[in-house]
Design a protein around this ligand. Structure first.
Ligand SMILES: C[S@@+](CC[C@H](N)C(=O)[O-])C[C@H]1O[C@@H](n2cnc3c(N)ncnc32)[C@H](O)[C@@H]1O
Length: 533
């Protein structure tokens, strides 16, 4: 009789999961992508939800009845996985929050005969139970991934204040919504509770993640961080690289070590390594782990010691301001107001850009930046064709965010051509296995913001003018830097897309480059700073 009951329950759970999946699809299709982005409405694929729930239940070691909480419930993929992971008599309570009735109401209907208290409310505004016994010991959540600029100013301050009160850290204004969710859930957990958070990896590397990392290292015991391989995308519709953070609600023991895993499944990762908390406190980029070791000692030279690194110019509207020779001629525009600019990296097949005698890059695609610094009256009086061209952008291009903020809407930023450029967006599985390329620019072309520009600092510039071969040797050395030392400073997005910001490129260990500058090798850091700056 008991086993028949069990079989019926299992059957019912299977049917309910099928119903949930079709419900989810129907509800998703009733919303636009923009609406779903606003509330971070991207459901967890069931296979992943099941893997996460099984892992969480195993961490809990089954010594107490289960009290389950999902603060961002959706249609309940984790709850459904829970029902298929443990016998229902092990679950003492299950609670969820869902802000959006579009998902919440049908989910309530779907699970109406289950032990579930689903609140249609904003989790961040809800009060945690006062009594320990009313709190939860298994919290599993895929919180809404909403970027900071979609959080209203007043809400942000409320979230910052309440997170600070509940977990003792003040979250930076640039943090995504998920960071607040994580902190605000703290008082909902029983002592010893296990929590599993499916969140973007970003917090591990960027400044805004610092408070979250402090919380994870000081207030709770961080057990494990598993980063999915961004190449095996976990979500079809949200381009984020995902991580599952596991913690236990207890203070960390002395000399605690955290398990970092990468790739494969939670239960069978491809790479794993434990990292002592004391190393995590020093290391700003946690996505180094587990693939890379902690940094050994202090890096003596960074690329920013040798180069001033800037982003290329933002034109305000590339279609309007960047033209080919044919387009310039067709509009009858005066050539003197154009300067060569490199086309996008995909039109620069080689890592060296050669130049003709006029400083124009020898490339199949040659383009020029309209760079006129004459005031409007002067153009109107003296240059009728250029004036007519500008009129074509008046009210449209001129009203763009960047153009509007300029003294005269078509004035471009001043940038000298850089001898070396870096393509700072790329995939590690690209044809040559290098996500970033360093390009030697022998032309007069400047570059737009699809490149980072490396300008030698004065001492290096002097050394280069004394030894003409140095530029080329440095460029080769840059292209031979270990890929890991570049990736270790940057960030990675879903689908394996890597990105380096100017400051991150500046942090890359430049010791191999300094190695080819014989006179500078022996200088210690303080002398070196004064030499280069
Ligand atoms: C990333 S989805 C996860 C849904 C579900 N748990 C899953 O894993 O498939 C996040 C859910 O949180 C809901 N949500 C967004 N803001 C919320 C808030 N402040 N309080 C409660 N739920 C919220 C969204 O409507 C969405 O359904």
């Amino acid at each position: 009789m008991i086993s028949l009951n069990l079989a019926c329950k299992t059957m019912q759970t299977l049917v309910q999961e099928d119903e949930r999946v079709s419900l989810q699809a129907r509800l998703d299709s009733g919303k636009t992508q923009v609406e779903r982005n606003r509330l971070g409405q991207f459901s967890t694929p069931y296979a992943l939800a099941k893997e996460i729930v099984e892992f969480g239940v195993a961490l809990l070691k089954g010594d107490r009845p289960l009290r389950f909480l999902d603060p961002a419930f959706g249609t309940g993929s984790f709850f459904s996985a829970l029902l298929r992971t443990v016998p229902s008599d092990m679950v003492e309570a299950a609670k969820g929050f869902e802000i959006d009735a579009h998902y919440g109401e049908p989910a309530r209907q779907l699970w109406r005969d289950r032990l579930l208290d689903l609140q249609l409310a904003d989790f961040t505004e809800s009060d945690a139970p006062d009594k320990e016994s009313d709190r939860f010991n298994l919290l599993i959540c895929n919180p809404p991934y909403v970027r900071h600029h979609h959080i209203g100013e007043r809400d942000k301050i409320r979230l910052q204040d309440t997170s600070e009160m509940t977990c003792g850290v003040r979250i930076a204004g640039l943090a995504g919504f998920y960071c607040y969710f994580l902190c605000l859930s703290h008082p909902w957990m029983q002592r010893g509770a296990i929590a599993g958070w499916l969140i973007p990896s970003e917090f591990m590397d960027v400044n805004y993640g610092e408070a979250v990392k402090r919380y994870l290292l000081n207030k709770v015991t961080l057990l494990r961080i598993h980063r999915f391989d961004p190449v095996d995308m976990q979500f079809d519709d949200a381009l984020v690289s995902s991580t599952v953070v596991w913690l236990r609600n207890d203070l960390p023991p002395d000399r605690h070590e955290v398990m970092f895993t990468f790739g494969g499944k939670l239960s069978q990762p491809k790479v794993l390594r434990t990292v002592p908390v004391r190393e995590l406190r020093k290391e700003p980029k946690w996505t180094r782990f587990p693939v890379l070791e902690a940094r050994e000692g202090i890096v003596r030279y960074r690329l920013s010691d040798l180069f001033a690194i800037k982003r290329g110019i933002a034109t305000g509207d590339n279609k309007f301001f960047i033209l080919s020779k044919d387009e310039i001629n067709a509009h009858g525009l005066p050539l003197e107001f154009f300067r060569p600019i490199l086309p996008s990296p995909r039109f620069v097949p080689d890592d060296e850009v050669k130049s003709d005698k006029d400083g124009i890059p020898i490339l199949d695609r040659q383009v020029f930046l309209l760079d006129c610094r004459l005031p409007e009256e002067a153009v109107r009086e003296r240059l009728p064709r250029l004036w007519a061209y500008f009129q074509g952008g008046k009210g449209t291009v001129s009203k763009g965010y960047l153009c509007q903020s300029r003294k005269v809407w078509y004035f471009q930023e001043e940038r000298a051509p850089a001898p070396i450029l870096c393509t700072y967006l790329g995939r590690s599985d690209s044809r040559n296995g290098r996500p970033f390329r360093f390009i030697l620019n022998r032309s007069r072309a400047i570059a737009a913001n699809v490149y980072l520009l490396l300008y030698p600092k004065p001492m290096l510039a002097r050394a280069m003018s004394e030894d003409r071969s140095l530029l080329e040797r440095i460029w080769k050395a840059l292209n031979s830097l270990p890929t890991t030392s570049l990736l270790g400073e940057g960030r990675v997005y879903g689908g394996g897309l890597h990105k380096l910001e100017p400051r991150e490129l500046g942090n890359v260990d430049a010791t191999p480059i300094v190695g080819i500058l014989p006179d500078l090798r022996s200088h210690s850091k303080p002398i070196q700073s004064s030499l280069f700056d």
